[in-house]
Write a protein that binds this ligand. Structure first.
Ligand code: AMP
Length: 217
């Protein structure tokens, strides 16, 4: 299965993608994670992206398309969950082209819908495991044992610098203006499905799994 998760920042795309990766052996392709890895490694691309990300704006289409192209070409038949790409109509068009070139079909595009007022609260409280990337939240999703990652047992946690309230507002604006226009693009192709991202995390996973089962026929 090859799917795409859409939704504003804080909708739960990363959390759900990680679950699908664990349950189904699909590969999570998160362009945000790729950019953060470039930043951490101090590469020229990472340095270039830093200011843009911290301002809550979008990195250029050319850079993002080149970044995802290499990954799609190296999947070796594994299913993928795209998380954070495409984020603009030109990126969606470029994705279609590279999937066609690699003879890969998209099975579903899943929009995780959320109440925008809840988003800022969600984003402001989130943190993740520095070692394996598992995501948590101060109030809604704490590790089972305080200070210890449920997945890998690490004691190191991080918060994203772009999760501060001011930047979150800019990221929501970018979503509304640049990313939301891709919803009609996929609706017109008959691929768009929606799940209620305000439901508890397990219930959202179940909704996604129901869609995947239907898509698998
Ligand atoms: P994310 O982790 O998906 O929220 O992405 C974090 C930040 O990385 C975004 O706010 C953008 O600055 C940048 N970014 C990630 N994916 C893309 C993309 N497909 N196009 C443009 N910028 C992106």
């Amino acid at each position: 299965m090859n799917i795409l998760l859409l939704g504003p920042p804080g909708a739960g795309k990363g959390t759900q993608a990680k679950r699908l990766e664990e349950h189904y052996g699909m590969v999570q392709l998160s362009t945000g994670d790729m950019l953060r890895a470039e930043r951490a490694a101090g590469t020229p691309l990472g340095k270039q992206a830093q200011a843009i990300m911290d301002a809550g704006k979008l990195v250029s289409d050319d850079i993002m398309i080149a970044m995802i192209k290499g990954r799609i070409g190296r999947l070796g038949g594994k299913g993928f969950i795209l998380d954070g790409f495409p984020r603009t109509v030109p990126q969606a068009e470029a994705l279609d082209k590279m999937l066609a070139e690699n003879k890969i079909a998209l099975d579903a595009v899943i929009e995780i819908t959320v109440d925008e007022v809840a988003l800022v609260d969600r984003i402001a409280g989130r943190f993740s495991c520095k070692n394996c990337g598992a995501s948590y939240h101060d109030r809604h999703n704490r590790p089972k044992q305080e200070g210890v990652c449920d997945v890998c047992g690490s004691h190191d946690f991080i918060r994203r610098p772009d999760d501060q309230a001011d930047t979150v507002k800019a990221r929501l604006d970018a979503y509304r203006q640049q990313t939301a226009p891709i919803l009609p693009y996929y609706r017109a192709k008959g691929l768009l499905r929606s799940v209620d991202g305000m439901a508890p995390i397990d219930a959202v996973t179940q909704q996604i799994e129901t869609i995947l089962k239907k898509a698998a026929g």
